[in-house]
Write a new protein. Structure first.
Length: 185
């Protein structure tokens, strides 16, 4: 009997898979993997919601702290949070998640962001979503910089075609009409 063995999985020639001490068929193992994936997705969704709840508390504390002298506000945070393991950068991250919760969940729902990422990932995703024109101008800058580095005084047909196609897409022009204009004398 042929045997394929890894650290925790053994696949036998009779289509039985031994995984973590359990025996599966390919179908039952795939069902198991799908169930694990769904459980992980639920955990990650719960993680975002937990960060949102913690962030709401820190936003309320921040509002309260605005009325307090700076030293007493800092002392309050040190006593009740920083000394118990929640760092200042973490409080900032929680507040960001709370302030942008709707945007983040919308980005996740539309597959423009993934769950289970760090706050810097969500900051970038929110920034990109709120400034779509900047993303386009960055793309323009990349196209221009790529074109300049390739040109070096020589323009090829391929380079001209690529840059023309990029302009057509950028301005939403009709490519067929452009081709007709180029082919007529």
């Amino acid at each position: 009997m042929a045997l394929l063995k890894t650290k925790s999985t053994t696949i036998k020639a009779n289509s039985k898979i031994e995984f973590n001490g359990e025996v599966y068929t390919h179908s039952s193992l795939s069902d198991h993997v799908v169930a694990l994936h769904e459980a992980r997705s639920a955990i990650l969704k719960n993680d975002i919601e937990t960060q949102y709840s913690i962030g709401k508390v820190f936003l309320q504390i921040q509002t309260w702290g605005a009325d307090q002298p700076r030293k007493s506000y800092s002392a309050y945070l040190k006593t009740h949070y920083y000394s118990k393991g929640i760092t200042q950068p973490q409080t900032s991250e929680y507040k960001f998640i709370a302030e942008n919760y709707e945007t983040i969940t919308k980005l996740i729902a539309t597959n423009k962001a993934r769950t289970g990422q760090g706050c810097s990932y969500y900051r970038k995703a929110v920034k990109d979503a709120s400034q779509p024109t900047k993303a386009k101008s960055k793309a323009k800058a990349k196209v221009k910089s790529k074109g300049k580095s390739k040109v070096e005084g020589k323009i090829t047909e391929t380079l001209l075609a690529k840059s023309t196609l990029a302009l057509v897409k950028e301005h939403g022009l009709d490519i067929q009409k452009l081709i007709e204009l180029l082919t007529t004398k």
